[in-house]
Every structure is written in C-alpha cells, then in structure tokens.
Design a protein around this ligand. Structure first.
Ligand code: ADP
Length: 256
C-alpha cells in the first residue's frame, strides 16, 4: 500500500494525459462534484490544459455545474468532450435525457466510465480530473486499478458523519496504491448575509484534524455560501476564490 501524501506517479495510464486526478468522497452530498468542477476550472486558469470526467454515473452533475446542457458529439468513432470555462468535459449526462435514470449494475457503470476515457478524444491534457461517485464501490476500484491515477483529492464536510467515511476513502486509496494528495473541507462555515455572524453548521476544522491524524495534507476550506450554490445551479464555476489556493496546492502535489 502506498503511504498517503507521498509523491505522485510520474505519468498517467491514459495516452496524452500527463496526470489523472481522482476527486472522491466517502459520503454523497458533501460537495464533491462542486469541488471537482471548481477545482478543474481553477487549474485551467493556472494555464494548465484540463479535462473533467464525470464518473458519477448515477448522479451526473457536471453538465449543470459547467452549464453544458447539450449532447456530446461523436467524431471518427470517438466521443468529443465539450468545452466550457476554459476546460473540456464529458459526462453520461451529455448522452442521455435528463429525466432518464441510469439503472445499471456496478460493472456496467464502471465500463461506461472506462469508455468515456478510452473511447473519447481528450487530446493532450496536463490533468484529467475524475469526479468519482461517492463511496468505495465498483467504479472507484475499477478506476484505481485500471487507470492508476496520479493522485486523489478527498472532499469532506467537517461533520463527524462525513469524516468517518472520508477516513474510509483514504484507506481505500491507500490499499490500492493511489497517493492521496490531500483533503478539502467543504461547507466549512456559514457567514450570515444579514448579520455577518459566523456559524459552523457542520462543525469546523474536522478535515484538517483528520488530515493531520492520517498524514494527509490539508488543501483548504470552502465556506457554505449562497453565491457558490447559485453559481453551481447557473453553470458558472469560479464563485469561490478559495479554489485558487486549493488549485495551487493540488498542482504542486501533482508535480505540475
Ligand atoms: P456531491 O457531489 O458530494 O454529492 P454536490 O457537489 O452535488 O455534492 O453538492 C451537493 C449540494 O450542495 C448541491 O446542491 C451544491 O450546489 C451544494 N453545495 C456544495 N458545496 C457548497 C458550498 N460550499 N456552498 C453552497 N452550496 C454548496
């Protein structure tokens, strides 16, 4: 097992892609997709060529987060990632109607994820960010074993309920030999827009403490804000300045 927080693998297993970065969470609803999309765009603003793959097959959020409601085209037998906000992206949501549910067993969902990597024309990328489904199931394992990502970022809220599962996710990546680049604490605090009082709705500092205990670097905290929620629904990433620092630490962690 690879120790956490160590140097990343030098090259990704996907031709043309320098680094594969998995964004994961132990639990759903902690803001993993929001972090993945904003981080990808922030990495792009640093001058890197960035792709974002939505591997959250059962709950694809990337088309909404990036404001890409259309369908992905196929050219020369390969899927063409769609461009927005300085990056390119692919999602199962770009291939089917929004009101259709994906009712697949694990292996099919894992193979859909692999198709969006291997049968797509991503071109040359510095980093391909993979927004994984929550938890530690089939898709996460297939991705870790077949694609050998350069590193993983784990998203958690400061709540104990989420941190317990974040710890499991750290352990899973350790077992399959994927270095954990660090932890992002999302919904870290709430500042009341009326009175300015700060409330730690889900607690505060839990992810930093977990990181310190597990030897995983802390990448930064993102507050719970109306602006980020509204920007996410509007498909306008970039509303939270905290992602600039997080992107800087991630690119250092990836050796980019
Ligand atoms: P996950 O991918 O972990 O299931 P999402 O990224 O879909 O989580 O986020 C869950 C919900 O919380 C979404 O409605 C999203 O817009 C909202 N959200 C996530 N992070 C924040 C934040 N920091 N501030 C405000 N809303 C947020």
């Amino acid at each position: 097992a690879a120790p956490v927080g160590t140097a990343v693998r030098p090259d990704s297993a996907v031709p043309g892609v320098r680094r594969l970065l998995a964004v994961a969470s132990g639990k759903g609803g902690v803001g993993k997709s929001t972090v993945a999309a904003n981080l990808a765009v922030a990495l792009g603003k640093r001058g890197l060529k960035v792709g974002l793959l939505d591997a959250d097959i059962y709950g694809p959020s990337v088309p909404t987060l990036l404001g890409l409601p259309g369908r992905a085209q196929i050219e020369g037998g390969k899927l063409l990632p769609m461009a927005a906000h300085g990056i390119t992206a692919l999602s199962i949501g770009m291939m089917m109607a929004q009101d259709k549910a994906v009712i697949w067993r694990g292996p099919m969902a894992a193979s859909a994820m692999m198709q969006m990597i291997e049968q797509a024309n991503w071109g040359v990328l510095d980093v391909l960010v993979i927004d994984l489904p929550p938890g530690t199931g089939d898709i996460q394992l297939t991705m870790a074993q077949k694609l050998k990502p350069s590193g993983a970022v784990i998203v958690s809220t400061p709540q104990d309920l989420a941190l317990i599962d974040a710890r499991r996710a750290i352990a899973m990546f350790g077992e399959v030999g994927v270095p954990v680049i660090g932890l992002v604490e999302n919904m870290s605090m709430f500042v009341c827009p009326h009175c300015g009082e700060r409330s730690d709705i889900f607690g505060h500092g839990g992810a930093e403490d977990l990181g310190a205990g597990a030897g995983v670097p802390f990448l930064g905290a993102v507050p719970l804000t109306m602006a980020l929620r509204a920007a996410s629904d509007a498909g306008e990433p970039g509303a939270a300045p905290e992602f600039e620092g997080i992107a800087e630490r991630v690119s250092v962690g990836l050796g980019l």
